[in-house]
Write a protein that binds this ligand. Structure first.
Ligand code: LMR
Length: 319
C-alpha cells in the first residue's frame, strides 16, 4: 500500500496491549507484527505495542478491548475462559503432548466451535501463538507428585480448571495478575506458581523460588483477538494484510517459543540457582491418573464433547 501524506483520520491505529516482557515469544512477535504492518501498509496502519501490562493488566484487557480503548490483545487461553468457560478444556492437565496437538485441536471442529463462541461474544480470533508447557515452582519443598502441593498457596491464571487442578489436592489456588506475581512472592501471599520457562525466566521467578518441577503438565498459548466491531469496520485490504502478516509472524513465533523455552531451561540448569526435578515417563502416568477428577469436573460442567475430541481420546487428529 502506498499512503504517504495521510491525515490522522485516515491512519488506522491498532493499539496492541499485552502483559509479558518484550524479550518473550509474545513480546518479540508483537513487535515483529507491528514492524511488518507499519512497513507493508506504507504506514497507513500503525500497530502500537504496549508490553508488560503498562496499559492494562490481564484482568482488565478484555474490557478495554470490548470498549475500544485498545484494538488487539493476545491473552493466554486460560484468560479467555472468563468470556467462554468452555475454553478451559485447553487447561486440562496433560490434555496435549505437543504444540502440534494443540494446533490440530484448535483447527478441528471442536476448536472451531470454541472460536465461534468467542465470536458470539463480540471477539474475532485471528490466530494462535504458542508459549510453551507449564512447569511448577515453589519455595517450600520439591513437588514430586501433584498431591505435594497440599497446603501451598499457588498463583494461577483465572480459570476454573486451573483452580480445580490444585484445589483437589488441598492447595489454595490464588488468582494473581501476571505482573504482580513477583510482589506476591515477596509479600508471602503465594508460595508457588505454574508457568512456562520463558515466563519464569523473564520475571526472575527462578531467583525467588527454591524448587522447580519440570512436569510439562499444561499448555500455555495465546489467542490473538480483536474487537469484532473494530475488525468489521476495517477495509478489506487491511483485513487481508493483517491476516497474512499474522500468519507469517505466527510461524516465526512458534519456532521462537520452542527455542526460548528450551534455552531458558538450559540456562537454569547451568545457573544452579534453583533445584530442578524432572518428571519421568512413569511418574507422568501417575500424575495423569491423579488429575482424572479435573476431567470429571469439566465433563460435568460442559459435557463430554470437548474432552472426547482431545487427541489422547481420539488417538489422532481432531477432524
Ligand atoms: C500468565 O499470566 O502467567 C501468562 O498468561 C502471561 C502471558 O501472557 O504469558
Amino acid at each position: 500500500m502506498d499512503h504517504e501524506q495521510l491525515s490522522e483520520e485516515e491512519r488506522i491505529v491498532i493499539r496492541f496491549s499485552h502483559v509479558v516482557g518484550e524479550d518473550t515469544p509474545k513480546g518479540l512477535a508483537a513487535r515483529k507484527f507491528a514492524k511488518l504492518m507499519n512497513e507493508r501498509s506504507g504506514e497507513h496502519v500503525e500497530v502500537q505495542v504496549f508490553p508488560n501490562g503498562i496499559l492494562y493488566k490481564d484482568s482488565k484487557e478484555m474490557e478495554a478491548l470490548s470498549n475500544g480503548s485498545i484494538q488487539m490483545i493476545a491473552p493466554a487461553t486460560s484468560k479467555v475462559t472468563s468470556l467462554v468457560p468452555e475454553w478451559s478444556v485447553i487447561d486440562l492437565p496433560y490434555a496435549f503432548e505437543s504444540y502440534e496437538e494443540v494446533h490440530d485441536y484448535i483447527d478441528g471442529d471442536t476448536g472451531q466451535e470454541l472460536i465461534a463462541k468467542l465470536d458470539a461474544k463480540g471477539y474475532v480470533m485471528l490466530g494462535m501463538w504458542d508459549n510453551g508447557f507449564k512447569q511448577l515452582t515453589n519455595r517450600s519443598y520439591p513437588i514430586l507428585h501433584p498431591s505435594d502441593v497440599a497446603d501451598l498457596k499457588i498463583r494461577i491464571m483465572p480459570s476454573d480448571i486451573l483452580h480445580e487442578q490444585f484445589s483437589i489436592f488441598g492447595a489454595v489456588p490464588i488468582k494473581v495478575d501476571f505482573n504482580t506475581v513477583f510482589q506476591s512472592f515477596e509479600g508471602g501471599e503465594i508460595d508457588g506458581q505454574e508457568n512456562t520457562m520463558s515466563n519464569i525466566a523473564s520475571k526472575n521467578i527462578h531467583l525467588q523460588q527454591k524448587y522447580l518441577t519440570v512436569s510439562n503438565h499444561g499448555y500455555l498459548g495465546y489467542v490473538l483477538m480483536m474487537n469484532k466491531e473494530f475488525w468489521n469496520g476495517l477495509p478489506e485490504e487491511v483485513q487481508l494484510l493483517i491476516t497474512e502478516t499474522l500468519s507469517e509472524v505466527s510461524d516465526w513465533e512458534r519456532e521462537l517459543a520452542k527455542e526460548l523455552n528450551e534455552s531458558e531451561l538450559t540456562e537454569m540448569e547451568e545457573c544452579a540457582c534453583i533445584e530442578i526435578h524432572y518428571i519421568s515417563q512413569a511418574e507422568k502416568e501417575i500424575w495423569e491418573e491423579a488429575f482424572e477428577p479435573v476431567y470429571e469436573y469439566y465433563r460435568k460442567r460442559f459435557g463430554a464433547k470437548y474432552i472426547d475430541s482431545l487427541p489422547k481420546y481420539k488417538g489422532g487428529k481432531d477432524t
